[in-house]
Design a protein around this ligand. Structure first.
Ligand SMILES: [Mg+2]
Length: 369
């Protein structure tokens, strides 16, 4: 079975997350969630869907397909039963090392890999989680990953709304003690509450903040320092205070994961299948984490095939883990309303492959490239 086409589809979809919209990296208020869907076709007539990271990098990853990956990948043979995915993934990673071991080219390889796993499942008539682990879970708890809200009032309101929808785990993307206090007040003492700062602080600032945040019983403090690969500072922070330290969405490959673990930087590792080279590469990173006794909580704050790939991975993991869902409602969901968790739980899709397909009408309506 040969790959005959790889089409990156960049969509920008209006959304509602219950609060005021935040500005993006350029300072512009963000009224849409951008995502890069990937449609892969084969000469066997089977179509696979993937997603490649993402957010502000979508357009760069789109260019990585057109300018770099597609000429290498289109025409490649993955075998009649799609058993050649791992060999293709390894070959593409080897050929692309001059383009970096992290970043848009790796994201593009990841999106292709996810689509090829979808194709493998469709060929074999099994969901991806069963291909990864015949004893996979049927349903998993989900944490509501709230977008940044910036004020205690908005944090309280949206946290309450998420609890009312049945979520029993909440993650904030805030940067003040007051906002964390507001969420803890609404949650009460028993709901696990996490804080992600997206690499906001220097190591000293992070330590001072961690001490101020100690009374709020955070389940983890995510990416507290800048830059994200300052493993020595993360390890130091782990020693100097008691909140578990989480990071990993910015790890580019399984060797980055191993280096971070070796440096003692992580209580919780958060690899992302659509950033770090796909399900193939992430599965290898997970096996290393299990062997080292590191807790894994995959990163998957998306609404398309990247979110669903994360659900399959959590279903199939050796450890129990939470699924991460971006807490927002889309004006229209290209993979259908089955993307939305119910009562804070997500079933593992049971259809072949990822168990979802892109709706071409919705994708066309919101497509910008
Ligand atoms: Mg994060």
């Amino acid at each position: 079975m040969k790959i005959t086409s790889i089409e990156p589809i960049l969509v920008a979809i209006p959304y509602d997350h219950g609060g005021p919209k935040a500005a993006d990296l350029t300072g512009k208020v963000r009224n849409t969630l951008d995502a890069l869907y990937v449609k892969v076709e084969t000469d066997a007539g089977i179509t696979g869907w993937g997603e490649a990271f993402g957010f502000g990098a979508c357009a760069l990853t789109h260019a990585a397909y057109e300018r770099f990956l597609n000429p290498m990948a289109i025409g490649r043979d993955i075998g009649a039963d799609a058993s050649g995915i791992e060999a293709l993934n390894a070959d593409l990673l080897r050929r692309s090392c001059n383009a970096g071991r992290n970043g848009p080219v790796i994201y593009a390889i990841a999106g292709l890999d996810v689509a090829l796993w979808d194709i493998r499942g469709k060929v074999l008539g099994k969901p991806v989680h069963k291909l990864l682990n015949p004893a996979s879970r049927d349903t998993m708890p989900v944490y509501a990953s709230l977008l940044r809200l910036n004020t205690p009032e908005a944090v309280a309101k949206v946290t309450r709304a998420a609890l009312d929808r049945g979520y029993r785990h909440i993650k904030l993307h805030e940067r003040t003690v007051e906002c964390v206090a507001a969420a803890r007040e609404v949650c009460g003492p028993d709901i696990p509450l996490m804080l992600d700062t997206n690499c906001q602080w220097t190591p000293d600032e992070a330590l001072a903040m961690a001490k101020k945040l100690a009374p709020f019983d955070l389940a983890w403090l995510e990416e507290p320092v800048n830059p994200p690969d300052d493993y020595a500072s993360l390890a130091w922070l782990r020693r100097e205070q008691d909140i578990p330290i989480a990071a990993g969405e910015n790890l580019g490959n399984r060797f980055d994961c191993a280096h971070a673990i070796e440096a003692g930087a992580l209580d919780v590792m958060q690899p992302d299948a659509i950033k770090m080279g796909g399900i193939t590469e992430m599965w290898k990173a997970l096996e290393h984490a299990y062997a080292k006794g590191v807790r894994v909580e995959p990163h998957s704050p998306f609404h398309g095939p990247g979110w669903i790939a994360g659900v399959h991975i959590v279903s199939a993991m050796q450890q129990d883990a939470l699924c991460e869902f971006y807490y927002a409602d889309l004006e229209a969901a290209p993979c259908g309303d089955m993307i939305y968790p119910q009562n804070g739980m997500m079933p593992a899709p049971q259809g072949p492959g990822l168990g979802i397909d892109g709706d071409e009408d919705i994708l066309a309506r919101y497509r910008i490239i």
